[in-house]
Write a protein that binds this ligand. Structure first.
Ligand SMILES: [Zn+2]
Length: 307
């Protein structure tokens, strides 16, 4: 059975190359982005509907986030190999959604050190099984071999600095965002931010039942203080701070303002969702039709629970 899966995996990998799914983009200095599609998870995209990143140093490559499975990790590895023949020596995790970390095991087996904050690992452990169950029907044999592997020595504090080949990288928790324990990777020399799921551009973000809207909004504003020159967002194209503000920060502000006022007025939830069903400043973002009403609904429930 194992070898059958291995064979299927090989066959699948032979027909797909990294370039079919991922676009590699030079950001600044040693920093690169690996940009995945903005739609949903599919068999064809290996669940890599998100962005990743890597930093090339003289002593090896630091990868930011590892993909949703072993086979996805292999595609990310291939994307990196298109730029450098240096080894991936470190993998940093910015979050706990499937595409941020389920490929960790693949890189760990090749000798990479997996690094994450304790608060990120706690959420990874909380959601790992659920994420596998959601991926399995979509990715089928492409999840074969994948095991939930978390950083063996999670960082207990809210920030850690790693210097590899003279390049400084900071893994920092600025506050919760899409998931509790979401973190960012900050390159102070280049002022490049790998934001993970704190920032979505080109497509609308999703407030999930466990995304704390107010915390996410406050975390976004804390991030602004870094004044990044380049942001590799969790989803969408590489951008500047102004675009991130327009498409994530302003939306979080708008949701928090409009929905909290409605909840304070005890306006019934169905009426609020209908009244706020259009948000002209954001309606051109991809996935608006699918996600916006649900975002209003879940945000309302959060404000209601705070009453
Ligand atoms: Zn994501």
């Amino acid at each position: 059975m194992r070898s059958l899966f291995a064979l299927l995996l090989l066959t699948a990998s032979a027909t797909t190359t990294a370039a079919d799914v991922l676009k590699v983009q030079h950001v600044s200095g040693p920093a690169y982005a690996v940009v995945g599609p903005t739609g949903g998870r599919t068999y064809d995209n290996y669940g890599l509907n998100a962005n990743f990143g890597f930093v090339v140093t003289n002593d090896g490559v630091v990868l930011i986030d590892s993909g949703a499975s072993d086979s996805g990790a292999q595609l990310i590895e291939q994307a990196v190999a298109g730029v450098t023949d240096k080894q991936i020596t470190h993998v940093l995790n910015t979050g706990s959604q499937d595409h941020r970390w389920l490929g960790n095991g693949y890189f760990a087996r090749k000798g990479a050190r997996i690094i994450a904050l304790q608060r990120t690992v706690a959420t990874q452990k909380q959601f790992g099984t659920q994420h596998f169950q959601q991926l399995q029907p979509e990715l089928k044999e492409r999840v074969a071999g994948t095991k939930a592997y978390t950083a063996p020595e999670p960082v207990g504090s809210d920030a850690t600095t790693l210097t590899v080949g003279g390049v400084e990288l900071q893994l920092r928790w600025l506050g919760d965002a899409h998931f509790a324990g979401d973190a960012v990777v900050w390159l102070p020399q280049e002022r490049v931010l790998y934001s993970g799921d704190l920032v979505y551009v080109d497509r609308l973000l999703g407030v999930l039942p466990w995304s704390d809207l107010v915390a996410w909004r406050d975390t976004f504003h804390a991030m602004e203080a870094l004044a990044p020159l380049h942001i590799v967002p969790g989803h969408g194209s590489v951008c500047d701070l102004a675009k991130a503000q327009r498409q994530t920060g302003d939306y979080l502000d708008w949701l928090a303002r409009e929905v909290s006022a409605a909840a304070d007025n005890w306006e019934p939830i169905d009426e609020v969702v209908d009244r706020l069903t259009d948000a002209p400043a954001f309606r051109d973002l991809a996935n608006f039709a699918e996600l916006h009403r649900g975002n209003v609904n879940r945000s309302y429930v959060q404000f209601e629970n705070r009453r």
